[in-house]
Design a protein around this ligand. Structure first.
Ligand code: X8Z
Ligand code: ZN
Length: 607
C-alpha cells in the first residue's frame, strides 16, 4: 500500500440490479461458509494484484516515462477489473447474516478502491491512463522563467524560492509560473471525473464524492456535517491568526499590497499553495527569547545529510519501542532528487509487498520543515508494519485521517526539550518563549486547517456536478476566499486550472484525511502524554523514550482497519468522537496573545 499517492486499489460494491443477476449465476441460498471462502479468495487475489500495482507505481514515480506510465496504468487496470468482478460476485451474499469480522470485510471490500472505474474495459483502461498521465504531468512539472531552453525550477526549487524570497515581484512571478502546470490537465481531469462518477454510480453511490465520504463508518452526509462541526470549533482561532499574520505582512509589503480588511495575497505566505505559513515566521514580531534557535541552521551547520535526517526520525520511533526499519528501507528508499530524470518528488511512504518492504520517496531538503515531514512519512511506515499481520482487507488505518496523523503526533514531541536531549540544542528556552514556540507551531498547524478542508469541498462539488468544468477555477477561488481568506496575486480565469498545481488533485488522493489528521494528532498526543504520566502544558510534552506511550500507540496501530475508527480511537484515548478541544487547548495561550496583539495593533479580524 502507498500513502500520499494515487490510491491503487480494488473495489466491490453491491449494486442492486447486480444482486438479481448474481443470484441467477449462482443459484441456491448462499451460506456463511461460502461467504468465508469467497472472502479468502478475494483477499488473496486483491493482495497479489495490489503488490504488482505497487511495484509498477514505484517504478513509474521514480522514472517518469511514457513506458512506465503505461506499465503502471496496466497494473492499475488489472486491479480495477478484478474489483468489478468481485463486486458482482459479492452481491450473492447480500442478505446473509455474517459474523462481525466477515461482515466488516465485506463492507471494506465494497470501499477498498481509491476511485472506482466503470465496468467497461475500455473505460477502465482510459481511466487508468488518465490517472497515470496526470500524476506524471505533475511530477514533470517545471517553471522555466527564461523559457524552456533556460534554467527550469521543479516543485522543490519553486518551494524553496517561495519560502525564502521576500521580493514581492519575484514571488508573484514564481506563483504565476508554477500555476501554469495545471492548465493542460483540465480536459483530462474533467474526463477522469466523468469516469469516476460513472464507476461510482455503477456501484450504487451517488457520485465519486459520496464514494469517498462513505469510508468513515458513518453515513456520508453525517461525515460532511462532522467536518463542518470540527471546523466551526476552530474557526475563531484561525481568524485570530489570519488577522495577526495579515497585519505583520502589511508591515513587510505595504498596505497597498496587503490590505487591512482584505484577503491575504496567496503568494506572500511562504508556500506556493499558502497551505502552511511557517516560512514567514521570521517576519513575525513575537518576542524571541535569548535561547531561541533555528533548527534549519543547526542541521545545516552540522552538515546533516538526507539519510541523517531520516535517522533522527527512526530514532524517535525506536525510542518508543518500535523495531528499527529494515535494511532494505535504506537500500530502496529515494531520499534526494536524482539529477538526471523526472521523479514524483511529493513525499510518500510505501510498503511495497505489504510485509516489510518499507520505503519512503522524498526529495529531502535540509530544513526544519522536512525534518517534520520525515517523521510524518515514517509514521506511515510504522503504521503499515504494525498492522501487517492483519488479514489483507484490514491492512489499513482505522480511517485515512489516522494514517496521516501518526507521524505528525510523534513530531509534536519534537520539542525544545527533546532537541536538547538528542544534543541538537544546548539550552531550552524559558516559559516566556512559549508564545513564540506556539506561534511557529500555529503557522503550520492552524494555518493549514481551512486549506485541508477545501480541497475536498471543491472535489465533492465537482464530483456531484454542482460545479461544472466551465467553473472549476472560479469555484476553487471562491472556496479559498471563503474559508482561507486568501486571494490570487493576479486575476484568474477558466483558462487556468489552479487545483492542478496542487499534487493531490492530479494525484487523485483524497485530502480530507489531512484535515482530520490535524485534529486527531492533538487528541492522540493528549492521550499519549497522559499515559506517560505528564501533566504540564500539552505543547511542552515530549513522549520521547517513553515505552508505555509507545506500547499504547502500537496497540491502536496494530488494530489496522479491523474495527470501526471510533473503537480504535477509544483504545488509545478513551474517546469515541473526533474532538477539536485538544488542538484548541494546545493553542489556548496563543489565542489570548493573538487577540491582544490584534487589539493593540488595531488589526481587523476577518476579510
Ligand atoms: O501530502 C502530504 C504528505 C504525504 S501524505 C507529505 N501532506 C499534505 C500536503 O503536503 O499537502 C502532509 C500535510 C498535507
Ligand atoms: Zn501522509
Amino acid at each position: 500500500m502507498i500513502f500520499c499517492s494515487l490510491a491503487i486499489g480494488v473495489v466491490a460494491q453491491t449494486p442492486k440490479n447486480d444482486v438479481r443477476k448474481a443470484r441467477r449465476d449462482f443459484p441456491g441460498a448462499p451460506t456463511v461458509a461460502e461467504a468465508g471462502a469467497f472472502l479468502d479468495d478475494a483477499e488473496a487475489r486483491l493482495f497479489d494484484l495490489g503488490v504488482k500495482a505497487s511495484r509498477a507505481a514505484w517504478v513509474q514515480q521514480n522514472f517518469i516515462t511514457e513506458d512506465t506510465e503505461q506499465i503502471s496504468a496496466d497494473a492499475n487496470q488489472a486491479a480495477t477489473a478484478l474489483s468489478v468482478e468481485l463486486a458482482k460476485k459479492a452481491a450473492r451474499f447480500d442478505g446473509v447474516t455474517l459474523p462481525p469480522v466477515m461482515a466488516r470485510k465485506m463492507k471494506l471490500l465494497k470501499l477498498a478502491s481509491g476511485f472506482p472505474a466503470p465496468s467497461d474495459p475500455a473505460e477502465q483502461k482510459e481511466l487508468a491512463q488518465l490517472e497515470a498521465s496526470l500524476d506524471g504531468d505533475y511530477g514533470k512539472g517545471k517553471w522555466c522563467p527564461d523559457g524552456a531552453s533556460g534554467k527550469c525550477l521543479d516543485v522543490t526549487a519553486v518551494s524553496k524560492l517561495m519560502a525564502e524570497s521576500r521580493d514581492e515581484a519575484e514571488l508573484k512571478r514564481a506563483w504565476i509560473g508554477w500555476h501554469v502546470v495545471g492548465a493542460p490537465m483540465r480536459p483530462r481531469y474533467a474526463r477522469m471525473v466523468e469516469l469516476g462518477d460513472k464507476g461510482s454510480r455503477e456501484l450504487g453511490f451517488a457520485d465519486a464524492g459520496a464514494f469517498w465520504r462513505s469510508n468513515y463508518d458513518m453515513p456520508p452526509d453525517a461525515f460532511s456535517a462532522e467536518v463542518d462541526r470540527l471546523w466551526d470549533q476552530l474557526r475563531p482561532l484561525y481568524l485570530s491568526l489570519h488577522a495577526y499574520v495579515r497585519g505583520q505582512l502589511a508591515k513587510q509589503y505595504g498596505d497597498n499590497v496587503v490590505r487591512a480588511h482584505g484577503p491575504i495575497p496567496a503568494h506572500l505566505l511562504g508556500n506556493i499553495w499558502a497551505q502552511e505559513w511557517n516560512n514567514v515566521y521570521p517576519l513575525m514580531d513575537s518576542p524571541k527569547p535569548e535561547q531561541s534557535y533555528d533548527l534549519t541552521k543547526i542541521l545545516e551547520d552540522r552538515q546533516t545529510d538526507a539519510a541523517g535526517m531520516v535517522r533522527y526520525g527512526e530514532g524517535f520511533f525506536t525510542s518508543l519501542g518500535f523495531a528499527p526499519l529494515p535494511k532494505t528501507f535504506w537500500e530502496r528508499s529515494l531520499f534526494t532528487k536524482p539529477a538526471d530524470r523526472d521523479v514524483v518528488c511529493h513525499a510518500s511512504a510505501w510498503d511495497v509487498d505489504s510485509k516489510d518492504d518499507l520505503r519512503i520517496k522524498m526529495c529531502i531538503q535540509i530544513t526544519q520543515e522536512d525534518f517534520v515531514t520525515i517523521h510524518h512519512e515514517l509514521g506511515h511506515n510504522f503504521y503499515q508494519r504494525a498492522y501487517n499481520t492483519q488479514p489483507p482487507l484490514f491492512q489499513n488505518s482505522a480511517n485515512d485521517g489516522f494514517h496521516e496523523a501518526v507521524g505528525d503526533t510523534v513530531a509534536l514531541s519534537v520539542t525544545p526539550e527533546y532537541l536538547k536531549k538528542i544534543g541538537l540544542i544546548e539550552s531550552v528556552p524559558p516559559a516566556s518563549g512559549d508564545v513564540d514556540y506556539l506561534l511557529q507551531q500555529a503557522l503550520s498547524k492552524v494555518a493549514f486547517l481551512p486549506f485541508g478542508l477545501i480541497i475536498d469541498k471543491w472535489r465533492w462539488e465537482v464530483f456531484s456536478g454542482q460545479v461544472k468544468p466551465a467553473e472549476y477555477n472560479k469555484a476553487w477561488w471562491d472556496l479559498r476566499l471563503k474559508y482561507q481568506g486568501v486571494a490570487p496575486p493576479v486575476a484568474r480565469n477558466e483558462a487556468n486550472f489552479d487545483p492542478g498545481a496542487k499534487y493531490h488533485v492530479p494525484g487523485n488522493t483524497p485530502y480530507m484525511r489531512y484535515f482530520l489528521a490535524r485534529i486527531l494528532q492533538f487528541q492522540f498526543q493528549r492521550a499519549l502524554c497522559r499515559e506517560a504520566g505528564y501533566s504540564g502544558p500539552l505543547h511542552r510534552c515530549s513522549i520521547y523514550g517513553n515505552k508505555v506511550a509507545g506500547q499504547r500507540l502500537n496497540e491502536m496501530l496494530a488494530l489496522g482497519a479491523s474495527k470501526p475508527w471510533q473503537e480504535a480511537l477509544e483504545t488509545l484515548t478513551g474517546e469515541k468522537q473526533m474532538d477539536a478541544t485538544a488542538i484548541a487547548d494546545y493553542f489556548a495561550p496563543l489565542k489570548v496573545w493573538l487577540d491582544d496583539q490584534n487589539k493593540k495593533n488595531g488589526y481587523a479580524v476577518g476579510w
